[in-house]
Ligand binder design. Structure first.
Ligand code: NAD
Length: 419
């Protein structure tokens, strides 16, 4: 029996896509290589914050199943690849999952199938990496025997307003016909589609979106450091600047950027630019600023703990918010880790509080977790607000018995120091 859609890679991008497809009435299956992911889905447990167990139950009732058996790919009208594109240990783009997934798809590919890559990657990945793997492995030709497209995901985990269906989606194809098939597929799931000239333009557009955030966050971080040196309140500066109704987009400084996209994607863009002989100097400068922010925050905390007869050594520092952004459980590349590491170098006793994150590790060692916030604040010598989770209401932290270093610019009060 044919299946409308097989999603390859059931993570933060793939599972919400599968959920949307099920809701739109498409017969949908999933393919993943991680036994833990498959076991959880099989038991009806979602591992992704944006898809809850009730939604998963609805998907399963609609026939959704996930597995490792790639023969399901051979029954798909459309295959969408949503596997990770991380970095190698030395910070270079790592396309191993895209290659492995492409090889798996190739082995089962049938004529007439639409294959879409959604993973973020440098321009040329669809044409120069995925296409040859699919063609060699299947003996079929893209644009003739099957359709090949690129459509970058724009999912924003934890965003209560914008999801798969109401976020405009860029679509592109290796040929105009491929783009047409991709547009027909996504029009069943997404309200607004934007057709790019080609796959390289669509790949580049995704990298530009995230690099724009990367560079602008670095800019306000650097301005925060400069304002600190000049005795100027950066938060008031940014509040005032943001009142301009045109020509200005607000960004906020903080302890660093995290997640799977913002700290990673500019490396893909920079590597592509470097290979083309056109290095991006702003991206390199932004990286230097962003990489220094966790250390800056930790050193600022250590300075606050240092006074007559006392240093940071032995002081109890409570990190508020271990995730990389507010109200999600994701700790990938979270600045909480380098902040904790640097505080340990100062000799501080580091604890964290985060209602969504059960475990935080620094270089393999667990950071003790505080679960009762009021008593943790009472016991700490200093708290650092790293993420403004909803649970960190201003009244609670403003009445905190210990001093607070606020990296989010949310708090006021005599014992609050803002970044
Ligand atoms: N997370 C986001 O907010 C976000 C937003 C936009 C774009 N993206 C991009 O989307 C892509 C996927 O990101 P994610 O956050 O969903 O990753 P993820 O790590 O949450 O999920 C990826 C899934 O793919 C599976 N996988 C790995 N190799 C596989 C293979 N060879 N075959 C089948 N499954 C495999 C993993 O087991 C995992 O379940 C990345 O390129 C990322 O940059 C992510």
């Amino acid at each position: 029996m044919m299946i409308d859609l097989v999603v390859v890679g059931l993570g933060h991008v793939g599972l919400p896509l599968a959920a949307r497809a099920c809701a739109a009435g498409l017969t949908t299956a999933g393919h993943d290589t991680d036994p833990a992911v498959l076991a959880a889905l099989d038991a009806g447990r979602s591992h992704i914050g944006d898809v809850n167990d009730t939604q998963l139950a609805g998907m399963r009732a609609a026939g959704f199943r996930a597995g490792r058996d790639r023969s399901v790919i051979g029954r798909a009208a459309t295959v969408v690849i949503c596997v990770p594109t991380g970095l190698t240990a030395d910070g270079a783009p790592d396309l191993s999952a895209v290659r492995a997934a492409s090889a798996d798809v190739a082995a089962a590919l049938r004529p007439g199938t639409l294959v879409v890559l959604e993973s973020t990657s440098h321009p040329g990945t669809t044409q120069d990496v995925v296409r040859p793997l699919l063609e060699r492995g299947s003996g079929l030709r893209a644009g003739e025997d099957f359709h090949l497209a690129y459509s970058p995901e724009r999912i924003d985990p934890g965003n209560p307003v914008f999801g798969v269906s109401n976020t405009p989606k860029i679509v592109s194809g290796c040929t105009p016909l491929c783009a047409k098939h991709a547009t027909a597929f996504y029009s069943r799931l997404v309200d607004t589609l934007v057709v790019a000239k080609g796959t390289r333009e669509a790949e580049m557009a995704k990298l530009v979106e995230n690099t724009y955030r990367y560079v602008n966050i670095a800019l306000v971080d650097e301005i925060a450091l400069c304002c600190d040196a000049m005795g100027i309140d950066v938060w008031d500066v940014l509040h005032c600047a943001a009142t301009k109704p045109f020509g200005y987009a607000p960004f906020r400084p903080g302890a660093g950027v995290g997640g799977h996209c913002i700290p990673v994607d500019p490396h893909y863009l920079a590597a592509g630019a470097e290979a083309a002989g056109s290095p991006l100097r702003l991206v390199a400068a932004a990286r230097t600023v962003l990489d220094g922010m966790p250390r800056h925050v930790a050193d600022r905390a250590a300075a606050l703990l240092t006074g007559p007869g006392r240093t940071a050594a032995g002081a109890g520092v409570l990190l508020l918010g271990a995730a990389y952004k507010p109200d999600v459980a994701d700790v990938r590349n979270s600045p909480a880790v380098p902040v904790a590491r640097r505080l340990r170098e100062h000799g501080a006793r580091v604890l964290y509080h985060d209602p969504l994150v059960p475990d935080l590790r620094v270089d393999g060692t667990a950071v003790p977790r505080a679960t009762d916030l009021p008593s943790a604040l009472a016991a700490a010598d200093l708290a650092i607000l790293l993420q403004d989770h909803a649970c960190y209401g201003a009244p609670l932290l403003t009445r905190s018995p210990c001093p607070v270093l606020d990296t989010r610019g949310r708090l006021f009060g005599p014992h609050v120091t803002r970044l």
